[in-house]
Design a protein around this ligand. Structure first.
Ligand SMILES: Cc1ncc(COP(=O)(O)O)c(C=O)c1O
Length: 433
């Protein structure tokens, strides 16, 4: 990113009425501009509750219906084109329509799918994953990050013979393992201690009180869905120490952060968990999840062993995903490419921080590498903050930049300097408050 040259403006007070008026205008303009997306939702409502089958995609007044994508651009059903800064909530790291991945999937399909047995693809993917992650001697595949986390936690509970799990407020480990605001009504009914993230004293207190009951700590090295809050290295080190001291497993959920370096966030931090879960991009854009760890832990799943833990799944080793994952790793997810993407994200965050300060825009940005979250900072309380973020979201969408309504951005390899400069320039125009 080129450095920002702007004259600082003095901070000004955010006026609630102006935010409200600007939001109402942006919302009306959005509705007028997107009749095709509105109609698509109306149709979907007949057969999908609220027209939705993936809660995180909902946003007011209605989400866009995207009909296609190429490179770093997507196009909606009303014909508008956007720079895709969301990258499928971190999974779409390759950009859209990679010919390499398309060929890998087509080749695997041409060899015949649903072969009812092992194939050469799964070992090829497993070898590559185990070679990358310091914590992974052996790995098993699943169909989502949710499933991978569920299996890792279940394994820890069975192997240690303990029930309790330490998780963190704001942590997201999948649809049944969600800890924003302390928990979700559809969580699996485990015995959780949901502690504040980055709070060493709270973790120490929990282990002092209940250490003998704790099977595992499940933690993201950066809270992803929880707002891209990086884990303090001292906090993550303390979790490593507490788990070891009390005979519990430390599980790193690297479903998002695995892209922070060749060996994920764990390699960057120099912390080796007992188990690691991954997903998203390691399926080359197809549905994927995996959990792995030290050999003596994972070998509990060796089906030739008496009393082995079962782990079934028709599509655990499906050859399309396995082949796409191998091609993705060999072609795209290289050490150099991941380092460059990480640096690009760090530079963008520094630019945004400078821009928000220089233009007195009431936002801040947090994150790690190329995954980041813009947060509103209105001083108007929660409702005012939400309005302000919604205003930013609708305004930037109208200017051709697509990111999540909650402020999440995840750059793909396809997003270049020109697109980021355009985004920064569009932000510099402000949001009319
Ligand atoms: C950190 C983290 N863990 C787990 C998951 C769940 O993965 P999936 O959506 O593939 O079930 C996600 C998904 O966003 C995630 O961000």
């Amino acid at each position: 990113m080129t450095p920002l040259h702007v004259t600082p403006k003095p901070a000004h007070r955010i006026d609630a009425a102006r935010v409200e008026a600007a939001y109402a205008a942006a919302r009306a303009a959005y509705v007028a501009r997107n009749p095709g997306s509105a109609a698509a939702l109306d149709r979907a409502r007949q057969v999908l509750p609220g027209g939705n089958t993936r809660s995180s995609l909902w946003s007011e007044p209605f989400p866009l219906c995207i009909e296609s994508g190429a490179g770093c651009r997507i196009r909606d059903v009303d014909g508008h084109e956007y720079v895709d800064l969301l990258g499928e909530f971190t999974a779409g790291i390759f950009g859209h329509s990679s010919p390499v991945l398309a060929r890998a999937v087509a080749d695997a399909h041409a060899r015949g799918i649903n072969l009812s047995s092992h194939t050469p693809y799964e070992v090829a993917l497993a070898e590559r994953l185990c070679a990358r992650f310091p914590s992974m001697d052996r790995v098993r595949f699943a169909n989502s990050g949710t499933e991978a986390n569920l299996m890792a936690v279940t394994a820890a509970r069975r192997i240690t013979g303990r029930d309790r799990i330490v998780v963190f407020n704001g942590g997201y480990h999948g649809g049944f393992l969600t800890f924003a605001g302390g928990g979700s009504p559809v969580n699996v009914p485990f015995d959780y201690a949901c502690l504040p993230y980055n709070d060493i004293a709270a973790a120490e207190a929990e282990f002092t009180a209940r250490g003998a009951e704790i099977a595992c700590i499940l933690v993201e090295p950066m809270l992803g869905a929880g707002g891209c809050i990086p884990g303090d290295p001292a906090f993550l080190q303390a979790l490593r120490r507490l788990a070891s001291a009390h005979g519990a497993y430390l599980i790193f959920d690297e479903v998002q952060t695995a892209r922070m370096s060749l060996g994920g966030a764990q390699a960057r931090l120099g912390i080796i968990p007992d188990m690691t879960t991954v997903g998203k991009f390691f399926g080359g854009g197809l549905a994927f999840g995996a959990f792995g760890g030290r050999a003596e832990i994972m070998d509990h799943f060796n089906p030739a062993r008496p009393g082995a833990l079962p782990h079934a799944g028709t599509f655990n080793n499906n050859s399309l995903t396995m082949a796409a994952g191998v091609a993705a790793i060999d072609t795209y997810l290289t050490a150099d490419a991941l380092e460059a993407l990480y640096a690009r994200g760090e530079a963008l965050r520094a630019t945004l921080t400078a821009l928000f300060a220089a233009r007195a825009l009431p936002f801040r940005v947090t994150g790690m590498g190329a995954i980041m979250n813009i947060h509103p900072d209105s001083g108007l309380g929660r409702a005012g903050d939400q309005k302000l973020l919604a205003l930013l979201h609708l305004t930037m969408q109208e200017r051709g930049y697509y990111f999540a309504a909650r402020g999440l951005m995840a750059l793909s390899f396809a997003v270049g300097e020109a697109e980021l400069a355009g985004f920064t320039a569009a932000l510099e125009q402000g949001i009319g408050v």
